[in-house]
Design a protein around this ligand. Sequence first.
Ligand code: BDR
Ligand code: CA
Length: 310
Amino acid sequence: ARKIIIDTDPGQDDAVAILLALASPELEVLGLTAVAGNVPLPLTQKNARIVCELAGRTDVPVFAGCEAPLSRKLVTAEHVHGKTGLDGPQLTDPSMPLQDTHAVDFIIDTLRAEPEGTVTLCVLGPLTNIATAFRRAPDIIPRVQEIVLMGGAYFEVGNITPTAEFNIYVDPEAAAEVFAAGAPLVVMPLDVTHKALTTQARVDGFKAMGTRVGDMVAAWTNFFERFDKEKYGSAGAPLHDPCVIAYLLQPDLFSGRHINVMVEIGSDLTLGMTVADWWRVTKRPANAMFMGDIDADGFFALLTDRLARL
Ligand code: BDR
Ligand code: CA
């Protein structure tokens, strides 16, 4: 199985991504590393444990990481995800423990301990933990198999400012450093995730599982779709973060271009914008596989098939 670390700020869509990974035998989840993002760190690390328990996977270690971006004040997204980050269904507090080790140390230690090129970082939140690990231990960068992250936007521009996507905007310096680090990078921007929409028929598919997981996923997506319905008039909630995991399971669901992508950190107006050279109008070297499209029906078929196993 492919070894992954999931770096996350749950978040309903993070929760669905974690469930998808835990339901998939092709993936070995070495640990979940929580970061501040959608809600503050005490909630994201707690939510990560709630999701492990929901999947019956209390064996997966959960680590708490950075509580604030590298050099900025934390921006959160309760307006999308609710006060807890996982608003929607009734939740009970987790009983599985949080690990003592800091998430950044876990990332560094794991990349040093595992054979080179065998650990993939799946990043579903702001890039603070990853950038901090890379700053502290640059020797781990060439050891990363691949970074697959949800973040950024090109044609779809922004969801937190007119030009920036949330994960990149929250810690643009961290994102800029990770994009420039040289590790193989796959990016799932809003251009992809805004096509992965929970229509009524798809939510009915979750409910039809007749399982606790199916009911929870339906309740989560019902809750957080109201934001995108109002803002974008979209047909349902975009399942942003599960695209990262789906890519590892079925890469042919996605198409994109290997291009240069840089993150704006110098302008207040466009802070956190992912400047993607989609048309290759510069000579800047390609550093990211920047996805542009998804087979949404194939994606939801994969997702419901896997979630039904939990
Ligand atoms: C991203 O921001 C968060 O609100 C979601 O969990 C996702 O990771 C989408 O912009
Ligand atoms: Ca997220």
